[in-house]
Design a protein around this ligand. Sequence first.
Ligand code: GUN
Length: 296
Amino acid sequence: FVLIQRWLCGKDGTYMTMLIDGKAISMQIKDELKQKAAELKAKGINVTLAVIQVGDNPASCVYVRNKKKGCGYIGIGSLSYELPEETSQEELLNLIRELNERDDVNGILVQLPLPSHIDEDTVIKAIDPLKDVDGFHPQSVGALCIGQSGFVSCTPAGIIQLLKRSNIDIAGKECVVLGRSNIVGKPMSLLLLRENATVTIAHSRTKNLKEVTQRADILVAAVGKPKMITKDYVKKGVVVVDVGINRDENNKLCGDVDFDDVEPVCSAITPVPGGVGPMTIAMLLHNCIESVSLKV
Ligand code: GUN
């Protein structure tokens, strides 16, 4: 026991912190999916993802390019629809209806954000839940909530994989999710609950936030505030998952967690970049492969 304790805690009580390598884990998943795609191809099943982008938001361009690159890497097809900013909602809905009908399209992804004249909820709802590889359709979210089969939002699904593949137990743990967005916070809390954690969702109106986050065995930060989480928000030995992608005062990429401050007291932590980020695409590709067999 003493040896294990010595390994876990340094002389000054700091931890031997495990750095959770999202790049390596996402690569492992992509290689597994590559194998699955080849097996499907051998059976004559070709998987294709349709990616729709409206306008040319620079961040969206990068994400969309990487998603198509990911398809190429695992050996599935991708169709690309780059529509001008002034595309009407009706035109976009017509394209989605056409792709819903096509037997040679397995997944449909509409990159967000959309221009302000298009209603995102209406667009998401138009996607066939059987092709909703982003897991944003109300039917997909509802299915997740009541434990039925359906696509799961990629970033939170990726975080579960990061934890599992790093041998971090979730069952029975106190998990605090900071942030309540539809894309991350809400599905994250539902997934942790499905893994039998005790889950608290904290947000901008939470009182005594530090007291709440200090309870966490696993803390997931998804608030979009650069370096907000310092060591006084956490207890010793916490596992910290940082979903934030922000720029600090020097325009350097940083997360919602002040990594240098928090890292010494964690048992495990995800870096930014190279933590959660690469997992989103891996899980999107996972959903594309799953679309072949999913029944909703
Ligand atoms: N914009 C930011 N993240 C995402 C995502 O996961 N999916 C889509 N479609 N758009 C996004």
